[in-house]
Design a protein around this ligand. Structure first.
Ligand code: NAD
Length: 248
C-alpha cells in the first residue's frame, strides 16, 4: 500500500508506537508531520526522508488550533499520545482523573475537531481520509487490575471513535481505534522499573500475553498503516485488537 501523496499528522512520535509508525508511514511514501512534546526525542527523527517534526503538547488546545490553521489539509490523523495511570479507583484522585482524561481523551477531541474540516475537504477530492485513535485492550474491551483511569479513558476513546465514524461515514472520513496488547516501549519499561519487584513485573506482563511474549512496536505498524491507508477503505468505527490473543 503506497502512501505517496498523503499527508499524515501523528502525535507522540518521540518514542514507542508513534515513532515506529511515523517511520513506517514515511517509508511507504507519506509526508509525515511527526509531533511530540519532547524536542530531543523528535530530533532523533530529523533528516528522515518524508518526516517533518513539530513540537506539540496534545494538552495545549491553542497549539492544536494553530497547527491546524498552518498545515495543509490532512489525509490521515494518528492520535497516539496517551498516559497510563496505575491504580484502582481508590488511588485515583480528582487530579489524576482529570489528567488522564485530558491527555487520553480531550486531546483527541481537540485534534479531531481541529483537523476534520480539512480532512473532509481532502476527502471531497480523494474520496477518503482516515483518523486512527490509539485506545487499548484495557478499555471497554477488557478490565485489568490497577487500570481504572486508563481503562475508563481508553473506553472513551473507543466511544469517541465510533461517534466520529457514524457522523462522517457518508463524507469519506473514516475513524477507527487501535487496541494494542502489551507493547515493549520505553513507557512499558518505565512501568516495569517502577514496580516493587521489576523482574516479577516483567514476567507478569509477559504472562498475560498468550503468545508468551510482549508485542514489539513493529507488531503494531502494519495495522497502523492498514487503518490509515486505502486498503481499509470499507472499515470504519472499529476497535481493532492487536493483542496477541489476550481477548480471544
Ligand atoms: P510511550 O509512552 O513510550 O511514548 C509516548 C510518547 O508520548 C513520548 O515520546 C512522549 O514524549 C510523548 N508525550 C507524552 N506526553 C505528551 C503530550 N502531552 N503531548 C505530546 N506527546 C506527549 O509510547 P507507547 O507505549 O508506544 O504508547 C503510545 C500509545 O499506545 C498510548 O496512547 C498508549 O496508551 C497506547 N498503548 C500502549 C501500550 C503499551 O503496552 N505500550 C498498550 C496499549 C496501548
Amino acid at each position: 500500500m503506497t502512501f505517496a501523496g498523503k499527508t499524515i499528522l501523528m502525535t507522540a512520535c518521540g518514542q514507542g508506537i508513534g515513532r515506529a509508525s511515523s517511520l513506517a508511514a514515511a517509508a511507504q511514501g507519506a509526508r509525515v508531520i511527526a509531533t511530540d512534546i519532547n524536542q530531543a526525542a523528535l530530533d532523533s527523527l530529523a533528516g528522515t526522508e518524508g518526516i517533518e517534526t513539530r513540537l506539540l503538547d496534545v494538552t495545549d488546545a491553542a497549539a492544536i488550533t494553530a497547527l491546524a490553521a498552518e498545515l495543509p489539509d490532512l489525509d490521515g490523523l494518528f492520535n497516539c499520545a496517551g498516559f497510563v495511570h496505575h491504580g484502582t479507583i481508590l488511588d485515583v484522585s480528582d487530579e489524576d482523573w482529570a489528567f488522564s482524561n485530558e491527555i487520553n481523551v480531550t486531546s483527541m477531541v481537540r485534534t479531531c475537531r481541529a483537523f476534520l474540516p480539512g480532512m473532509l475537504r481532502r476527502a471531497e477530492t480523494t474520496g477518503t481520509a482516515a483518523i486512527l485513535n490509539v485506545a487499548s485492550m484495557a478499555s471497554s474491551v477488557k478490565g485489568f487490575p490497577n487500570r481504572t483511569a486508563y481503562g475508563a479513558t481508553k473506553a472513551a476513546v473507543i466511544g469517541l471513535t465510533k461517534a466520529i465514524a457514524a457522523d462522517f461515514v457518508t463524507k469519506g472520513v473514516r475513524c477507527n481505534a487501535l487496541c494494542p496488547g502489551t507493547v515493549d516501549t520505553p513507557s512499558l519499561r518505565g512501568r516495569i522499573a517502577a514496580a516493587a519487584n521489576p523482574e516479577q513485573a516483567e514476567k507478569d506482563f509477559i504472562a498475560r500475553q498468550p503468545m508468551g511474549r510482549l508485542a514489539t512496536v513493529d507488531d503494531m505498524t502494519p495495522t497502523v498503516l492498514h487503518l490509515l491507508g486505502d486498503g481499509s477503505r470499507f472499515v470504519t468505527g472499529q476497535a481493532i485488537l492487536v493483542d496477541g490473543g489476550v481477548t480471544i
